[in-house]
Design a protein around this ligand. Structure first.
Ligand code: NAD
Length: 504
């Protein structure tokens, strides 16, 4: 049995520029997935905690909104430097609470830091438009203004990167922010709040609360919050979208995924197999852009499955901080057991189990939440291992005969986050890019996550809302456009009469 956790190891909230306790009597446990040990307690906030965070954000808003964008950018630049200095320490927190390997955690922190680099350019990004003489002596210009207090609700799989998709852009735009990270991985957000304060961010501009559905519902219903960014699973994303709409809030809700990679017979199969192995089993498959379904076309199938089998079986599984480990544990015991249940199910459904990850034991880490790599062949669309997002180290192969069939299969799936094609044919790749109904597409690139100055987001069941995160769409989400029409009357220009003004 795990020992009770020392009260000093309770993760604080961050409200008004300092650590804070919670009014709630409910708390959760944070575990180290590699050992199974409970390492910290996390308060599960109630409506009073959320209200305190929103009040701090509201109080800080008028001054921050009016701070010149250049001054806001300078705070971002100092935050950027501190994040770079602390990149390893942040990656270590990610590995301790999520389980992914340290090099993988470093990469994910780096991708988050790149959003802060993007946000440093905010004076340029906020520039409006101007037209002289839209009518005689009349000019029009637009300005982008912040929306007010914004909230972010984030998933367990990227404890640093996904929060950084949201709050640096929102805050650079002049908003104030309340972040609710996943209660499974709460510590990195508090460390980022400390660094942001050290960078000179005024108190109350960035706040962190913790919790589960109760905290989220209080955020969605709070009249002081004007915009909500969410990243997580599809059913919750849909709930967030509908509830925010009911409460009149601006919302972007990114959901789950089942990402397909189509492999044509002309592809370099060795290259494709290496790419697919990294994309399927990196971070133990707990990535929203992980490749979880391979669509092997025609003669590609047999040799590809042979290569995948050999490479999947060779992956070294162990604690994420150990050198030479390729894949760490899953985030919690419950999640590991759920993923293992899908391996049982796939075998029952009639898929061919090529590599079986069950029964893996990591010496000295018998209580860790480990599961080995699993590969299924001959999977069909009616199987649940195809239909459901498994979110673990399970790769499935479906076989089709033509590119046309492959495109139809991908387009029939309700998820549409990312997809990739492996081919040497420019014509096939162009057709795929044009016809595929998915938000992010890779051509011989297995995980096509756009860099920070482009925007990230899926289609269909992978995104509820209109605008993607970060990049120019992020700036649009966190600002409202105001169009101003200006006339400076001269003595010789008559005032408009009672008729509809046409300005001509
Ligand atoms: P989740 O949906 O369980 O939780 C996400 C957030 O919602 C957490 O902060 C959690 O506390 C909160 N939450 C959970 N249940 C809730 C409920 N009933 N009501 C209100 N709020 C609730 O997701 P997760 O398990 O933390 O993360 C994995 C999922 O996130 C996967 O489906 C993955 O594909 C998805 N994801 C998507 C993207 C993307 O960009 N599309 C990125 C990362 C992860």
């Amino acid at each position: 049995m795990n020992k009770p956790v020392d009260a000093a190891l309770t993760v604080p909230l961050w409200i008004g520029g300092k650590p804070s306790g919670s009014a709630s009597s409910r708390a959760g446990e944070v575990t180290n997935p590699a050992t199974g040990a409970v390492t910290k307690r996390v308060p599960l906030c109630d409506a009073a905690d959320i209200d305190a965070a929103v009040k701090a954000a509201q109080a800080a808003y008028p001054e921050w909104r009016d701070a010149p964008p250049l001054r806001r950018a300078r705070v971002m630049q100092r935050f950027l430097q501190l994040l770079q200095q602390e990149q390893k320490a942040l990656a270590r927190i990610v590995t301790e609470e999520h389980g992914k390997t340290l090099p993988d955690a470093m990469g994910s922190v780096q991708r988050g830091i790149e959003v802060v680099e993007f946000a440093c350019g905010i004076p340029q990004l906020l520039k409006g438009e101007h037209s002289e003489n839209v009518g005689s002596g009349v000019d029009t210009h637009t300005v982008r203004q912040p929306v007010g207090v914004c909230a972010g609700i984030t998933p367990f799989n990227f404890p640093v990167m996904v929060p950084l998709w949201m709050f640096p852009v929102a805050i650079a735009c002049g908003n104030t922010f309340v972040l609710k990270p996943s209660e499974k991985v709460p510590s990195a957000s508090i460390r980022m709040a400390e660094l942001f304060r050290e960078a000179g961010l005024p108190d109350g501009v960035f706040n962190v609360v913790h919790g589960d559905k109760e905290a989220v519902d209080a955020i969605l219903a709070h009249p002081g919050i004007n915009a909500v960014s969410f990243v997580g699973s599809t059913p919750i994303a849909k709930y967030i979208y509908e509830t925010c709409a009911r409460h009149g809030k601006r919302v972007q809700a990114l959901g789950g995924a089942k990402n397909h990679a189509v492999v044509l017979p002309d592809a370099d199969l060795e290259f494709a197999a290496d790419a697919l192995i990294g994309a399927a089993y990196g971070s133990a498959g707990e990535r929203c852009m992980a490749i979880s379904a391979v669509v092997a076309v025609g003669a590609a199938a047999d040799p590809l499955v042979g290569l995948l089998k050999e490479k999947a079986a060779a992956i070294k599984v162990g604690p994420g901080e150990r050198d030479g480990v390729d894949m760490g544990p899953l985030v919690t015991k419950a999640h590991r057991d759920k993923v293992k249940g899908y391996v049982d199910l796939g075998a029952k459904e009639g898929a061919k189990l090529v590599v079986d990850g069950r029964g893996l034991a990591v010496e000295g880490h018998e209580d860790g939440f480990f599961l080995g790599t699993t590969l299924f062949d001959d999977v069909t669309p009616r199987m649940r291992i195809y239909q459901d997002e498994i979110f673990g180290p399970v790769l499935i192969v479906l076989r089709v005969q033509t590119l046309e069939e492959a495109i139809a299969l991908v387009n029939a799936n309700p998820y549409a986050n990312g997809t990739a094609i492996f081919t040497e044919s420019g014509g096939a790749a162009r057709r795929f890019e044009n016809e595929i109904q998915v938000g992010m597409v890779g051509i011989n690139v297995p995980i096509p996550v756009p860099v920070a100055f482009y925007s990230f987001g899926g289609w269909k069941g992978s995104l509820f809302g209109d605008l993607h995160v970060h990049g120019v769409e992020g700036v649009k989400f966190y600002t409202r456009t105001k169009a101003v029409t200006v006339r400076w009357p001269h003595q010789d220009t008559p005032a408009p009469g009672l008729n509809m003004p046409t300005l001509g």
